[in-house]
Design a protein around this ligand. Structure first.
Ligand code: SF4
Length: 445
């Protein structure tokens, strides 16, 4: 507790609050919740956080804080920034362990919204969404957040989930050592306790169809993620022993790594999670191959440092040109790269250094170069953008006005906080959609 007080007291409670306004994708009221920690008012700190987020225990642990809130902290100009993530996680852990919950925190709003009864007597259109039904497809960070904020408004929410658990990548995409599953389960329970229903083992395009749901619900929020690993397009990519990083983490179809050499290609957090997981599963050697320099890695610094401490090797400014083997991976051919500034590019561009090719022995190759949407999205009858994600407007509304989408499937920046932000904003816009429709109906009466 002393440590938490010290961390909270280090905050200057800045009037301009760049941590909130510039750094936090969710716009969490950071100085305000920290001020409550200073006073020992942890439930009030949680209430302030719950205005903008229902995932504080998760974001407090896994957000790239150095790139987000802590990266904008005034304290960070001359020294270390405030440990905002630790404080956020502390608030969730403390209140949850003491029996406080979202249901208690939002008691007033939940009671008010549930007591608005039938359409026939509704005069107040701002509260006219009670009894509306929304299907949320996919129970990851965007879907969970959207569900919670809709439930707060009195909407009847049903989540359709592909697996027999909720949380999506929070469960199967992020390893236990980075995000304890217990925290995800507590967060999920907190949201379900708001009255959110779930139908498990429901996969869009397989046992549920969008057109059927459209008939049953007043609106739909699609948050099915985009978890199909991108490919490099190099020779040998179809050999046995080449895996997609996302699928490896999601389906846990790990081979036996004991005594094996594994290359992980990519520089983001999925690459770090794969490398660290594979090393823990007994690989003799794990090499991360990244075509830019350390400073350009999109992975959080801490993840890279931890990976290095765990014995993972990094080949910066190296690119795979070929995967070699008869039936399975035996070797990889690499080439060194130079980084050059090109017109119109915001980042340095890696360019292969001619003649610098070399070959190293390898048993497995894991592609962690980013991900794309499952092909099911192209059969939904919705407009897609040029990257194959669902096209949404600034309200997260798709080409079908009754259907909204958020998170990776809508091409939202792929962090949990940005996904959660899209879920919360979509919930707000779905509420407005219901209100607007009701106003139109009243006018037409
Ligand atoms: Fe506190 Fe840093 Fe935010 Fe200022 S910028 S209010 S010091 S967390």
């Amino acid at each position: 507790m002393e440590e938490i007080n010290e961390k909270a007291n280090y905050c200057l409670n800045c009037k301009v609050k760049p941590c909130s306004l510039k750094g936090c994708p969710l716009g969490n009221q950071i100085p305000n919740f920290i001020a409550q920690i200073k006073e020992g008012n942890y439930e009030e700190a949680y209430r302030i956080l719950s205005e903008t987020t229902v995932l504080p225990g998760i974001c407090g642990r896994i957000c790239p804080h150095k790139k987000q809130c802590q990266g904008s902290c005034v304290r960070g100009i001359k020294g270390e920034p405030v440990s905002i993530g630790d404080l956020e996680a502390f608030v969730f852990d403390n209140v949850t362990n003491n029996g406080y919950s979202l249901t208690k925190c939002w008691e007033k709003e939940l009671n008010e919204n549930r007591t608005v009864t039938t359409n026939s007597v509704i005069k107040d259109t701002t509260k006219a969404i009670n009894n509306r039904k929304v299907a949320v497809i996919g129970g990851g960070p965007a879907g969970l957040t959207c569900s919670a904020f809709l439930a707060k408004e009195g909407v009847q929410v049903t989540i359709y989930e592909k697996y027999d658990y909720l949380g999506g990548l929070l469960i199967h995409g992020i390893p236990e050592f980075r995000l304890p599953k217990d925290i995800v389960k507590k967060t999920v329970q907190n949201i379900l306790d708001l009255g959110v229903q779930v139908k498990y083992n429901q996969e869009l395009g397989k046992n549920i169809l969008l057109e059927d749901l459209e008939k049953q619900y007043d609106a739909i929020f699609l948050s099915i993620g985009a978890n199909v690993s991108s490919k490099m397009g190099v020779d040998g990519e179809d050999l046995d022993g080449v895996y997609g990083g996302n699928e490896l983490l999601e389906y846990k179809l790990h081979p036996n790594y004991k005594g094996k050499k594994v290359a992980v290609v990519g520089g983001g957090n999925v690459a770090m999670d794969c490398a660290r997981t594979i090393k823990r599963l007994g690989a003799e050697e794990v090499k991360v191959i990244y075509r830019r320099a350390r400073e350009q890695m999109p992975a959080e610094d801490k993840e890279v440092e931890d990976a290095m401490k765990e014995g993972i090797k990094f080949l910066f400014q190296n690119n795979i040109t070929k995967i070699i083997g008869t039936n399975k991976v035996e070797k990889v051919e690499l080439i060194k790269t130079d980084l050059v500034q090109k017109e119109g590019e915001t980042r340095l561009v890696p360019v292969n250094v001619e003649g610098s090719n070399y070959i190293i022995e390898m048993d497995y190759v894991v592609m962690a170069l980013g991900s794309k949407a499952d092909k099911v999205v192209s059969n939904l009858g919705l407009q897609l953008n040029r990257w194959g994600n669902i096209e949404v407007n600034e309200k997260y509304q798709t080409s079908n006005p009754k259907i909204y989408a958020g998170g990776d499937i809508a091409g939202v920046k792929s962090t949990v906080a940005w996904a959660a932000n899209s879920g919360r904003e979509a919930a707000k816009n779905i509420k407005d959609y219901f209100t607007d429709k009701l106003k139109t109906n009243l006018v037409n009466l």
